[in-house]
Design a protein around this ligand. Structure first.
Ligand SMILES: C=C1C[C@]23C[C@@]1(O)CC[C@H]2[C@@]12CCC[C@@](C)(C(=O)O1)[C@H]2[C@@H]3C(=O)O
Ligand SMILES: O=C(O)CCC(=O)C(=O)O
Ligand SMILES: [Fe+2]
Length: 373
């Protein structure tokens, strides 16, 4: 019988990872090794090689083809040749390490309150589990960085200013990159540049993108095989640009047979993970990826997912270009907050919640989205 979800009090209690010599029962996850973990590098050239998309290769048609393949088959890829200056990641790592090294009282002042999206603490879906994850997190809307971090640095000051400048620099770079990628995704779907320029919906999607940043610290773990950094899930928005330390930890679930493929972490590359609303937007052609983060015994790992999605009030519906001629869209329109509620009520943490939005084909009772990756 599954154990009950953890109480809100236990979920917000501070845990001192640095002094832990063992993984306590509260943080021990059964079933972590039900599927084997595969190192993508060790099997390079085979099916388990995580796709790489090189934005700077100079051949837009080849980029769109590589992106379409990665989005259809994996729902995730490594992005290189993106032009984001090298120093950004190093500055982010330094500031994030400083934030999480602050005294517990400073971080607790900014704790995410029940029902709130922003703040220090465990990610929203953590409340669904009976065990705790081996990570510290901080979520904030990219548009409100200065207000948000006055909760940590009450009087402002140099540390606060430096922190905000670095977060804002990352936000600027990621938003510009996200908008470029949206156009390449459209091209990968077969939408021409002229259609993108003329298409109201395509332009609206690109121009109204909203960004949420989530800082993850996975502290070095004394018994990494007994703990999980971030439990398996799909992201719910359009897509997520993940900056990660040059220490692997992100894993993607592949099927037939089920196995976790570790995403390599070459310096400067971003991992890109597609979310459920992108699957809906592309009428199911591009898939969201079921993923998780494992921990390690050698050192800390930091990751910064930059979640891109629609504004809260926008109804997301399958793009006309993605619906085959003569067919109905496969999903009904939904807003992001409405989808989060649907997913919150679903039993799984993957894209299967999308089945509740599926429009049955003529003569059908409704259906499920078969997992592909
Ligand atoms: C924009 C968001 C996506 C997210 C919920 C959030 O409001 C901020 C945190 C994100 C995250 C990170 C860990 C896994 C996840 C499922 C969660 O509970 O919080 C995702 C959410 C998501 O993509 O649905
Ligand atoms: O740490 C990572 O690489 C993945 C993080 C993630 O999936 C998330 O925060 O949603
Ligand atoms: Fe994620």
């Amino acid at each position: 019988m599954p154990s009950p979800p953890i109480s809100p009090a236990a979920a917000t209690a501070y845990f001192e990872f640095r002094s832990a010599e063992h993984v306590p029962e509260t943080h021990e996850w059964p079933g972590l090794h039900d599927h084997p973990s595969v190192d993508a590098v060790a099997v390079a050239g085979r099916d388990d090689e995580v796709p790489v998309v090189d934005l700077g290769c100079g051949d837009p048609a080849a980029v769109a083809r590589a992106l379409a393949r990665a989005a259809e088959e994996w729902g995730a890829f490594l992005l290189v040749g993106h032009g984001v200056p090298e120093g950004v990641a190093a500055r982010m790592e330094e500031q994030i390490a400083r934030l999480f090294a602050l005294p517990a009282a400073d971080k607790d002042r900014a704790a995410r309150r029940p029902g709130e999206m922003n703040g220090y603490g465990r990610p929203p879906y953590a409340l669904r589990f009976s065990r705790l994850m081996w990570s510290e997190g901080y979520t904030f809307a990219a548009a409100t960085i200065r207000d948000e971090f006055r909760r940590v640095w009450l009087d402002g000051g140099d540390d606060y200013l430096r922190f905000c400048e670095v977060m804002e620099e990352h936000h600027r770079e990621m938003m510009a990159l996200g908008k470029r990628l949206v156009d390449v995704f459209f091209r990968a779907l077969g939408v021409t540049d002229e259609q993108i320029a003329a298409g109201e919906t395509e332009r609206e999607i690109r121009e109204t993108l909203t960004a949420t940043m989530h800082l993850n610290l996975y502290p070095k773990c004394p018994e990494p095989e007994r703990a999980i950094g971030l439990a398996a899930h799909t992201d719910s928005g359009f897509f997520t640009l993940i900056m990660q330390s040059p220490v692997p930890g992100l894993q993607l679930l592949r099927r037939d047979p089920e196995r976790w493929v570790t995403v390599p972490a070459p310096p400067g590359a971003f991992a890109v993970v597609l979310g459920d609303l992108f699957q809906l937007l592309t009428n199911g052609r591009f898939r969201s990826a079921f993923h998780r983060a494992v921990v390690n015994g050698d050192g800390d790992r930091i990751s910064v997912p930059y979640f891109l999605g629609p504004p809260g009030g926008m109804q997301v519906a399958p793009l006309a270009a993605a619906v085959p001629p003569g067919r109905k869209p496969a999903f009904r329109p939904v807003t992001w907050p409405e989808y989060m509620r649907v997913k919150g009520k679903a039993s799984g943490l993957d894209a299967s919640a999308l089945a509740m939005l599926q429009v049955p084909e003529e003569g059908e009772e409704g259906g499920v989205v078969p997992p592909k990756n």
